[in-house]
Write a protein that binds this ligand. Structure first.
Ligand code: AMP
Length: 424
């Protein structure tokens, strides 16, 4: 009997995790610059955190959650997204009372039982950030700018779509106008959208079904229904994006069909992805903290899929930093093999990545291995080197060679590494 990883899940092997760590590191560097603190919450929560936090009407809650009853009889769910858990934690730890603004970010696995297909997995990874506590449009713009900055650093070309979904004051009028329109084209809509016309009409606008797209081409747009406050927020957001040279297109069909979403909604899409082209999205959700039992608190956030980013980077042949050992120590005979084994451990303890052979291979085979790994330095150690306590260090990139006293090897490579780290 052989076992395989569960459908829709993936092993990340060492050759994969190099790229993953690079993406994660880039995210952390940007988060540090914007002073966002990392939050890590458990991978499962009480189911109601999500049913209340995301909404029963969504695909996520309706169809995709991994929900189970534990031995104590509690209904628990593997997190399908992170905004609801972050807000649950924000309320639980009274973060709102300790600071006027809480800036949090996360990177971690999420779980959704959708149909696995290219770009859609059952365990996937998201990174995201939540800016909680202020309603200033500067917060919306900052969140968008951070996402754009991460994409830029990773060489990902993306298009930003933005819209305003209004607030609980102006949205009901739009909802009514849209509903009336949808009832008029009822017969041309997909069955799902016919149902949603009554339960959540705004979701009909982001249906991918061609029938719905055609039937709703002339639907009323929310931007015509915004209250003065929402309009002002939207215009200021757009003006700041202009000033920062962040290109965007206004997409009046971009809606987040949940009650707690307010004003700004946005999405980054990539032309380097197929039908699952969304890199990530976000928006303002001034109603969520209250919905989960906290005090009314404005907030705005963003989340993106790490797998999607990596798919784009693979396609555009992004050059990930190499992770070759700095030095390969080749041992010629039993005595020198034992010497290189101990020297390699000493060098590693000093922070120098050294590699050796463990399979008693010939000098030629060891050289081939060093080459394959891309080691910039190689030293062949034999009887003569041991007698003279000198190593001949070959610089594989320059084709030069230098003699280094055994006692100075660690120092030689630590200073070399420091110089390389310093970018010299
Ligand atoms: P959402 O929370 O649905 O708005 O998703 C945000 C981002 O997470 C998407 O734009 C995708 O990049 C990613 N994502 C969502 N669901 C999946 C999935 N099943 N597999 C891989 N990535 C996903």
């Amino acid at each position: 009997m052989t076992f395989k990883s569960v459908k829709g899940t993936k092993d990340l092997l060492p050759q994969d995790t190099v790229a993953w760590r690079h993406v994660e590191e880039t995210i952390r560097v940007v988060m540090e610059l914007y002073r966002y603190g990392e939050i890590r919450t458990p991978v499962f929560e009480e189911t109601s955190v999500f049913t209340r936090g995301i909404g029963e009407e969504t695909d996520i809650v309706g169809k995709e959650m991994y929900t189970f009853v534990d031995k104590g009889g509690s209904s628990l769910t593997l997190r399908p997204e992170m905004t609801a858990p972050v807000i649950r934690s924000f309320i639980q730890h009274s973060m709102g009372e300790q600071a006027v603004l809480n800036k949090l970010y996360y990177i971690g696995p999420m779980f959704r039982q959708g149909r696995p297909q290219a770009g859609r997995f059952r365990q996937f990874h998201q990174f995201g950030f939540e800016c909680i506590g202020q309603s200033a449009p500067e917060c919306d713009v900052e969140v968008i700018a951070m996402a754009a900055e991460i994409f830029r650093r990773l060489g990902i070309h993306s298009t930003l779509k933005i819209n305003s979904v209004g607030d609980p004051v102006c949205r009901p009028q739009y909802r009514e106008a849209l509903q009336e329109f949808l009832r008029g084209v009822h017969d041309s809509l997909s069955p799902e959208s016919q149902r949603r016309t009554e339960s959540n009409p705004m979701r009909v606008l982001d249906s991918k079904d061609e029938r719905d797209r055609e039937a709703t081409a002339g639907a009323p747009v929310i931007l015509d229904y915004l209250s003065d406050g929402c309009r002002d927020h939207f215009e200021r957001t757009c003006r700041m994006l202009d000033a920062l040279d962040i290109p965007y297109t206004i997409d009046p069909r971009l809606v987040r069909g949940l009650d707690y979403y307010t004003m700004t909604a946005f999405e980054f899409v990539s032309t380097d992805l197929g039908s699952q082209d969304a890199l990530g999205g976000g928006g303002r959700y001034d109603g969520l903290v209250e919905q989960l039992g906290g005090k009314p608190t404005p907030a705005v956030g963003f989340a993106a899929g790490v797998e999607r980013l990596l798919m784009v980077m693979e396609k555009t042949q992004y050059q990930f930093p190499a992770s070759a050992p700095l030095l390969y120590l080749v041992g010629m005979d039993d005595v020198s093999r034992s010497w290189v084994f101990h020297k390699a451990i000493e060098l590693r303890q000093a922070g120098v990545a050294a590699e050796i052979d463990y399979a008693s291979r010939s000098v030629k085979a060891q050289m081939r291995e060093a080459n394959k790994l891309g080691c910039p330095f190689v030293a062949i150690i034999g009887e003569r080197e041991i007698a003279e306590t000198q190593a001949q260090i070959k610089d594989m990139r320059k084709g030069t060679q230098e003699s280094v006293e055994f006692g100075r090897l660690t120092e030689y490579f630590t200073t070399l590494r420091q110089r390389e780290d310093g970018g010299q």
